[in-house]
Design a protein around this ligand. Structure first.
Ligand code: BGC
Length: 257
C-alpha cells in the first residue's frame, strides 16, 4: 500500500509554510514550520528561504510526493501571474522549488485552489452539494470553485472589478490593516465583494479562508448576502493540506497509468 503521507508547501505573500500531511485524514503529520516571505520576494530569495525552512524538518527527504501552493495562476507547473510576489516569477517553473525543499520536483497548484480542495475534503465544505466558493482573504484575495468535488482551477475571482478597482485592493485582509479600517468598514467592503461574487457565480456555499478566518466573529455577523457564508475550519493549515492532497492525487494518477 502506498503511504498516505505527502509534503505540503504553502508559498504566501507573508509567510512560507510546510508540513508533512496524512492525505487520508487531512491531519498534519508533523507540526507546521513557517518562515517570513522575504522582501522583495524574488524567485532566488524565496528559494533560499524555503531551503532554510526545509532543512529544519527531518524526514522531508524520505517522504513521498511534494505539493506546492503558489499565489498566482499556474499552468503546467509554471507561474503565469504573481500579483503579490512580483513580476520576476512570471514564466518561472515553480516545480523546481520541490528540488530545493526535498530533492525532487513538486506538483504545483494555485494557493487558494489548494485551500479550497482541503476545505471541501476535510473542512467546512465537507458533504456540501452544489457549488462551493472558497475565498481566501489575506495579502490578496484568492478563490477556488469546487463543484461536486471537482475543482475549476485558476478562477482568480479576487481580481474582479469593484468600483473601478481590483477587488483585492479594496477588500483583502491586508487592506484593513494597511488602511487602519474598522472591522465595520472593512466588513462593508467584503460584503460588497461577496454580493458581486454571487452575481457572477451563484455559489451554494461561501467559505472564508486565510488567517482572518480566526476572527470570523468580528466580521461575518455583519455580512448579509444570499449564499451561506462560513469560516474555513482548517484555518491557516488549509493551504499546506491542499497542496499535499494535490500532490498525492497527481501521484495516484501517474501510478494508474
Ligand atoms: C493571486 C491569486 C492568489 C491570491 C491569494 C492573488 O493576488 O492572483 O492567484 O490565489 O492572490 O494568494
Amino acid at each position: 500500500m502506498t503511504s498516505p503521507i505527502a509534503l505540503g508547501i504553502d508559498i504566501g505573500g507573508s509567510g512560507i509554510k510546510l508540513a508533512l500531511v496524512n492525505t487520508e485524514t487531512g491531519a498534519l503529520a508533523t507540526s507546521r514550520r513557517r518562515i517570513d516571505t522575504p522582501r522583495p520576494a524574488t524567485p532566488n530569495a524565496v528559494s533560499g528561504a524555503l531551503r532554510k525552512l526545509a532543512s529544519q524538518e527531518p524526514g522531508i527527504r524520505a517522504s513521498a510526493p511534494v505539493g506546492i501552493g503558489f499565489p498566482g495562476v499556474i499552468r503546467g507547473g509554471k507561474a503565469q501571474t504573481a500579483a503579490n510576489l512580483g513580476k520576476a516569477w512570471i514564466g518561472t517553473d515553480v516545480r523546481t522549488l520541490g528540488d530545493v525543499a526535498a530533492g525532487r520536483a513538486a506538483t504545483v497548484v494555485n494557493d487558494a485552489d489548494a485551500a479550497g480542495l482541503a476545505e471541501v475534503r476535510f473542512g467546512a465544505g465537507r458533504g456540501q452539494q452544489g457549488l462551493v466558493a472558497i475565498i481566501t482573504l489575506g495579502t490578496g484575495i484568492g478563490s477556488a470553485l469546487v463543484y461536486a468535488g471537482h475543482l475549476l482551477p485558476n478562477s482568480e475571482l479576487g481580481h474582479i472589478e469593484i468600483r473601478g478597482k481590483d477587488a483585492e485592493k479594496r477588500a483583502a485582509a491586508s487592506v484593513r490593516v494597511r488602511k487602519g479600517l474598522s472591522w465595520k468598514a472593512w466588513s462593508r467592503r467584503v460584503e460588497e465583494y461577496l454580493l458581486t461574487l454571487d452575481r457572477l457565480v451563484s455559489p451554494d456555499l461561501v467559505i472564508i479562508g486565510g488567517g482572518i478566518s480566526r476572527n470570523a466573529d468580528k466580521f461575518l455577523p455583519r455580512i448579509h448576502v444570499r449564499p451561506r457564508v462560513v469560516p474555513a475550519s482548517l484555518g491557516n493549515d488549509a493551504g499546506i493540506i491542499g497542496a499535499a492532497l494535490w500532490a498525492r492525487d497527481a501521484a495516484d494518477v501517474e501510478g494508474d497509468e
